[in-house]
Design a protein around this ligand. Structure first.
Ligand code: ADP
Length: 397
């Protein structure tokens, strides 16, 4: 077996992983991907090979915490890859703050910086960093790379980053950061090949999954996005509301007496599609339901997406292309159709047949603004950065 690199995406109750074989040529080859879910409650392990065939079924593993989950993964890797060498580990890290505008090799100084960002992303950053610490402990000497969801958005104009509160309150990092950056970066790298006519133009990328956001790109660089200080802002999501009047939060606290923890839970886990519908956070369930609540949730999702596309089109001074990606963006013909129809005023003419076949181009040939479906691949982006930073291969795919 060839030597391999590991990509980890560690959350509060899950550890997602991808294994990439050392490339013979310039391209990284996905050999396996999977996850341990339910860490701390009822942990289960599943994995597929590079072609998507199941190689480990949803079986119970011992993983009472993140460290134990990594040990369970380590045992599985040893069984599958024997004596092959682990060349490096690339991590998805939610927050790189204002300082980390690109991926970085992990050092004690980098870890100290990243720990200071925990209060800015308390639901994700601690788990991302714990995974780095566990690898350092269990596999000392294996180099690690941190890849940030915020990096791609650095370099935006100051006006796109400002949070308009008193300056003294904003001193410790209160600004708009933007997230989903690894997804947007991946799309930016493949646009010249997939959609060359818009690659160097004004493009809005719609990452519509459980989390949802838009990124406005000029020349494949981010100039603004709908996520802000946290991943709560912007579009309506599965369980997060997207942009709401901050006065509502004051009402929850002062009027209804909710604690900060309760408000956090409402904002991260109970709102958005789930909150509006009272049925589900899963777009498939809502599209398949005739319940008025489900219909309103889908209507609101489309309405907010179209409204935000209009706002970012204003930022860009017009658009040349609209790209859909992630779970809903890649798979839902209906949501793409409805968002494109609501954005027809911008000059998007949808091609119904191409849309049903998932494109990649889903607009008519003469459409002034073209529309596309481009599958994202955040893990591959992390593998590429890891390979490049650690000098594992010379040329990047
Ligand atoms: P994440 O990676 O953030 O968990 P995904 O990008 O996998 O999220 O997207 C999950 C969302 O995609 C869910 O709301 C799911 O319902 C939706 N989705 C997946 N397939 C379809 C489909 N065929 N039609 C509509 N929605 C879909």
């Amino acid at each position: 077996m060839d030597d391999f690199a590991l990509v980890l995406n560690a959350g509060s109750s899950s550890l997602k992983f991808s294994v990439y074989k050392r490339p013979q040529s310039a391209a990284w080859n996905l050999d396996a991907r999977g996850q341990i879910d339910g860490i701390g409650t009822s942990p289960r392990f599943s994995a597929s090979d590079g072609a998507g065939t199941r190689i480990a079924d949803d079986r119970t593993v011992a993983a009472k915490d993140g460290r134990a989950a990594f040990d369970a993964l380590g045992a599985w890797l040893r069984a599958r890859y024997g004596s092959a060498r682990l060349l490096g580990v690339g991590h998805r890290v939610v927050h790189g703050g204002a300082k980390y505008a690109r991926p970085t090799i992990v050092t004690p100084e980098v870890m100290a910086d990243l720990r200071t960002l925990v209060p800015l992303a308390p639901l994700h950053q601690p788990y991302n960093l714990a995974a780095i610490e566990t690898v350092a402990e269990r596999q000392p000497g294996v180099p690690q790379v941190a890849c940030f969801d915020t990096s791609f958005h650095r370099g935006q104009p100051a006006v796109a980053e400002v949070v308009p509160l008193p300056r003294e309150l904003c001193r410790d990092g209160v600004q708009r950061y933007g997230f989903h950056g690894l997804s947007y970066e991946y799309i930016a790298t493949v646009l010249p090949e997939v959609a060359p006519e818009i690659a160097n133009a004004r493009v809005i990328v719609a990452h519509l999954g459980s989390g949802a956001s838009l990124c406005a790109m000029k020349n494949r660089k981010s100039v603004d996005s709908t996520f802000g200080f946290t991943a709560l802002d912007g579009l309506c999501m599965g369980t997060r509301p997207g942009a709401i009047d901050p006065g509502v939060i004051l009402h929850l606290v002062q009027g209804l007496g909710l604690s900060a923890k309760e408000v956090e839970s409402v904002l991260y886990k109970k709102s958005g599609l789930l909150g509006i519908s009272g049925i589900s956070n899963d777009m498939r369930d809502l599209l398949g339901s005739a319940e008025p609540g489900a219909r309103l949730a889908v209507d609101y999702f489309v309405y907010q997406a179209a409204k935000a596309i209009g706002a970012l089109a204003a930022v860009l001074g017009g658009i040349d292309g609209l790209v859909f990606t992630a779970g809903i963006g890649e798979n839902s013909t209906e949501i793409r159709r409805r968002i494109c129809e609501a954005s027809a005023w911008l000059g998007i003419e949808l091609d119904g047949e191409a849309n049903a076949q998932k494109g990649p181009r889903i607009s008519r040939p003469g459409s002034r603004v073209s529309a596309w479906v481009v599958p994202t691949n955040e893990e591959l982006m992390i593998a590429r950065h890891t390979g490049a930073l650690l000098g594992l291969i010379e040329a990047q795919a």
